[in-house]
Design a protein around this ligand. Structure first.
Ligand code: GAR
Length: 200
């Protein structure tokens, strides 16, 4: 069984959706470790309540290289096959990315390459787009930039606030993240340039 390492910083609803799909058998994988970089991350308590291996590695005040090395060590100790960033609000160092080549996924609440970075849903509203959504992509050394595995479109409604739009995008996040994980774990894809395509 393939082993997932899930990295969170806060609420952890994407982590929970993945855990639900694992528990129901819809996603054939196991959660080897959940790592939070903030002790107050709600997802950490949820992971513990579910009886999962939940580890807090506080990042505050630490040098990025030093911190990332400790996370990589924890992931390796748990024999993680695929790293899933789920609301992990930190940039990864090149060394981290090289430790898991092609084996780190991220979810972002916009249709990338539109609105990378923080507050993507707010950025979409302010820009006035009529359609936004979410993206699961491989992580490379640039912010929110690696090859795209899956996306889902979400219409922006005239009376949307950042909260209402975020809530509808989140429903899609919870659906496509597990689908993308299943695809990547299956190995039935190839990457041509930036394109993630079905394996031949
Ligand atoms: C999610 O909307 C995720 O897409 C976003 O943070 C939220 C985390 O929620 N990630 C980013 O903006 C990354 N740039 P969660 O903790 O409930 O999963």
């Amino acid at each position: 069984m393939k082993r997932l390492g899930i990295l969170i910083s806060g609420r952890g609803s994407n982590f929970e959706a993945i855990a639900d799909h694992v528990a129901s058998g819809a996603l054939d994988a196991e959660i080897a470790v959940v790592i939070a970089n903030r002790p107050e991350a709600r997802g950490l308590a949820t992971a513990r309540a579910r009886g999962l291996n939940a580890v807090c590695l506080p990042s505050k005040g630490l040098d990025r290289e030093v911190y990332d090395q400790s996370v990589v060590a924890e992931l390796q100790r748990n024999h993680v096959d695929l790293v899933c960033l789920a609301g992990f609000m930190r940039l990864l160092s090149a060394r981290f990315i090289r430790a898991f080549p092609g084996r780190i996924l991220n979810i972002h609440p916009s249709l990338l390459p539109a609105f990378p970075g923080l507050d993507a849903q707010h950025q979409a509203l302010t820009h006035g787009v009529k359609i936004s959504g979410c993206t699961v992509h491989f992580v490379d050394e640039d912010l929110d930039a690696g090859p795209i595995v899956l996306q889902a479109a979400v219409p922006v409604l005239d009376d949307d606030t950042a909260d209402t739009l975020s809530a509808r995008i989140l429903e899609q996040e919870h659906r496509i993240y597990s689908e993308a994980i299943a695809l990547v774990l299956s190995g039935r894809y190839r990457i041509e340039g930036r394109r993630v395509l079905p394996a031949r």
